[in-house]
Ligand binder design. Structure first.
Ligand code: ADP
Ligand code: ZN
Ligand code: ZN
Length: 759
């Protein structure tokens, strides 16, 4: 006999769903997306209903029943469930683990979907009794009854939070007589702006015309006045607004400071005016208080902010606020692409080229940008991918007509693009990593009241500790890497595994004095302090920014003008607006010019353009100096002469010739093991399992460029094909076999579909 079953996803590394019998009263049609508790071996697990079926392949006797349904309504709506299934298919990853990435931990552990609170109210009998002055003998009970009548009830937390001490006993006694009662009620987020929101919503303006006009005319949700848009901005807002209500992918391609954020704000405003909500994704490092406050200042509507720095309970709260529809704008990093957004109207992905949108650790390696496009397509809403340096994949999508390009070619606020020049390190005098022309430029800009930004993508004091007598360099025991000198803390640290040791003064091999070689930000800070002893400096890198607030403190010193020079890593390149920075110096553009990774030139060009974009954002003209040993390198010349657009054109031609993405598709099977042999053995076994069709090339296995990391050996097997469908078809038959390999148990492995870093 066959019985209807629920097909349930459990957080397990298995590529399948599990069949369970539904509870008798459960309407199956509403079951999808609900959480259930099920028996699994000796455990009880929380799972998510993905589907239901009329019968199971399992014999009826072996089917177990769902123990409990946790939600009255689905945690995920049908489109979210479909997106997750799509992601599990595309990334060839177990659905249970995909869902685990999408839902806050607290919910996976069974926390209620909507926060409930215990609320006490007086009953009609209670009101009558109180009118007669009851209960006469119990002043405490009388006081509570009066209080509940006067306030029309109170929550347990309000009562405990100062309304009345020791109210519990009185409440129990009153409840026994039927004079008060308690209920569990959904807790509304304690947002002080609730009232304002309600009034803003009731006054929603449905009209979407007049797109070019300033915001105060178009939407009533504006709290801070929006500037009048420049013509290109207005055109971009109009194009996206015209597409509200159906899928349309846009790339908002505008140099830094050209007003992209302003375009997002005004598009979001129109979406809110339609009674819909917006999902805004930003890179990990881009989610700065500056950006969040621009959204907060502009809109009265509540915001939910989701990022990796939240505690589990903060994340649950933000998620609930999105789920209930309380939040109207959901702003978040990578995993926010899975956030529930009822009445979604638009998706924005800021800095869409940023590598942090790709999850590159753990098992489920997804691209939040790519999933955002899929989500927009499924939801039938426009998506705006913004960048000053779009990914080559994205630009390719423009040239094939899949995406529409919206350009912002001018800077807002009268700023002009900076002048960019190369400094030849071979012919210039260099002191502590800084060339004489750079020093002179700094002097000039400081004298002109400008601020200076010095960029170096390497933290620490020096990347190498060397013995000049015997040639010894301090190595990491667990990695194929050198230890970095950290002078202030007097430590040697490995930037790959975190190994940490005291800084020796003498060579452990021959006893001669050792010396730091090369520069990190810490040393540059020291050199600048010697060159400009009276000029206040700020350094910004992961060593100085350790907790929330550190970054803001550094930013404040720059903004107030107290600090004049900012030295930093990648951290300084994004999301911050320093109107007074007039000079940017890129100390070393050469890492990346000769890398084995085919994406290295793209990343280098993006970094240079992004950091250069920090110069001259205000009204003063900016200047950018790039130090290099290879001033004739075509990439640098091309970038200098034709900008990112010119670079991208040449780089895409090169990709086409070499048949790299976007002209082919990649998937990397990667692993790590305690020995190099074990790492290679698994991949060799995997390769031998199946001969792929001719349209697919398998390359490797090869050890990673830095094979040994944190004591484990890394290797990879690359699959490449011009035919995406063929590649995925092959992966779906091959991977289940790979999983079964005996050697798979001796390694840690993961499949990376569309990898963005190759080693
Ligand atoms: P992006 O996101 O492209 O870097 P922003 O939106 O942050 O650019 O704009 C850069 C600066 O110009 C900001 O200070 C912003 O307030 C200002 N700005 C943007 N658009 C306008 C406009 N239409 N009129 C006046 N100022 C603007
Ligand atoms: Zn030595
Ligand atoms: Zn190490």
């Amino acid at each position: 006999m066959s019985a209807a079953v629920l097909r349930i996803a459990l957080d397990m590394p298995l590529r399948r769903l599990f069949d369970y019998l539904p509870p008798p009263q459960m309407p199956l049609s509403d079951a999808v997306g609900q959480r259930v508790r099920v028996p699994f071996g000796r455990q009880r697990l929380v799972g998510l209903v993905m589907d239901h079926a009329d019968s199971s392949d399992l014999p009826a006797a072996r089917l177990k029943a769902v123990l409990e349904v946790l939600d009255a309504s689905p945690v995920l709506d049908r489109s979210a469930v479909e997106l997750l299934r799509w992601a599990a298919d595309y990334y060839h990853h177990p659905i249970g683990e995909v869902i685990a990435a999408a839902i806050p931990k607290a919910l996976r552990e069974g926390a209620p979907l909507i926060a409930m609170e215990e609320r006490w109210t007086a009953t009609a009998e209670g009101a009558e009794a109180a009118a007669k002055g009851e209960p006469r003998r119990a002043p405490k009970q009388r006081e509570l009854l009066q209080l509940l009548l006067a306030r029309r009830g109170a929550s347990a937390s309000e009562l405990s939070g100062g309304l009345m001490e020791g109210w519990q006993d009185a409440a129990r006694a009153l409840a026994k007589r039927g004079w008060v009662a308690s209920t569990e009620q959904p807790l509304l987020p304690a947002d002080t702006r609730d009232a304002e929101t309600a009034s803003a919503l009731s006054a929603v303006n449905i009209s979407t015309d007049g797109v070019a006009g300033p915001a105060q005319d178009a939407g009533l949700d504006a709290r801070k006045k929006a500037p009048v848009l420049a013509p290109e901005q207005a055109a971009a807002v109009a194009r996206v607004s015209d597409s509200l209500g159906h899928f349309a992918p846009f790339i908002l391609y505008g140099i830094t400071g050209s007003g992209k954020t302003e375009v997002y704000l005004q598009v979001v405003e129109r979406v809110l005016a339609r009674g819909q909500r917006a999902l805004v994704l930003v890179p990990e490092i881009g989610l700065t208080p500056q950006l969040v406050s621009r959204f907060r200042e502009r809109f009265q509507s509540p915001l939910a902010v989701l990022h990796s720095g939240l505690t589990d309970s903060e994340r649950l709260q933000a998620w609930r606020s999105a789920y209930t529809g309380h939040a109207r704008v959901i702003l978040g990093t990578r995993s926010a692409v899975f956030a529930p957004v009822p009445e979604l109207g638009v998706i924005v992905v800021d800095e869409e080229h940023d590598a942090s949108f790709k999850q590159h650790e753990g098992g489920f390696r997804y691209s939040a940008r790519d999933l955002a496009v899929v989500r927009a397509q499924r939801a039938g809403v426009p998506i705006v991918l913004g960048s000053a340096t779009p990914a080559l994949e994205t630009l390719h999508n423009v040239s094939t007509g899949r995406y529409e390009r919206l350009s912002l070619s001018r800077r807002a606020a009268q700023a002009v693009p900076p002048r960019v020049a190369l400094v030849d390190l071979r012919t210039s005098a260099v002191q502590g990593g800084i060339s004489t022309p750079a020093v002179q430029a700094i002097e000039r800009h400081l004298a002109d009241d400008g601020q200076v930004l010095v960029f170096l993508n390497r933290r620490g004091y020096a990347p190498t500790l060397l013995c000049t007598a015997c040639g010894w360099v301090a190595p990491c025991r667990d990695c194929d890497a050198r230890l970095t000198v950290h002078r202030a803390s007097e430590r040697l640290r490995c930037h790959h595994c975190g190994a940490d040791a005291p800084l020796p003064t003498r060579c452990p091999q021959c006893g001669f004095l050792v010396k730091p070689v090369g520069q990190g930000t810490e040393r540059i800070e020291e050199t600048l302090a010697q060159l400009f002893p009276t000029v206040p400096l700020v350094r910004l890198d992961r060593d100085v920014v350790r907790k929330r607030g550190d970054m803001e403190a550094a930013m404040r010193r720059m903004h107030s003008g107290e600090a004049r020079i900012l030295v930093g890593t990648q951290m300084v390149t994004k999301g911050h607006d320093f109107p007074n920075v007039t000079l940017v110096i890129v100390l070393n553009a050469d890492q990346g010019l000769f890398s084995t990774d085919f994406r290295a030139p793209e990343r280098l060009a993006q970094t240079i353009v992004q950091v250069a974009g920090r110069a001259g954002r205000g009204t003063k003209p900016g200047e950018v100096l790039i130090q290099t040993e290879f001033p004739e390198h075509p990439l640098l010349l091309n970038l200098l002469n034709e900008g990112y657009d010119g670079f991208a054109r040449v780089a895409l031609e090169e990709r086409a010739q070499a048949a790299w993405p976007p002209f082919s598709r990649l998937a990397a099977l990667r692993d790590s093991a305690p020995t190099s042999d074990a790492a290679l053995e698994f991949l060799t076994d995997a390769r031998r399992l199946r001969v792929p069709p001719r349209s697919i090339q398998m390359r490797g296995p090869v050890p990673a460029a830095m094979a040994k990391r944190a004591g484990r050996y890394h290797a990879q097997l690359l699959l490449e094909s011009a035919d995406r469908t063929a590649l995925h078809r092959f992966l779906s038959v091959w991977l289940p076999e790979v999983e079964q390999l005996k050697s798979a148990r001796r390694v840690r492995w993961a499949l990376d579909v569309d990898p963005i870093e190759l080693f």
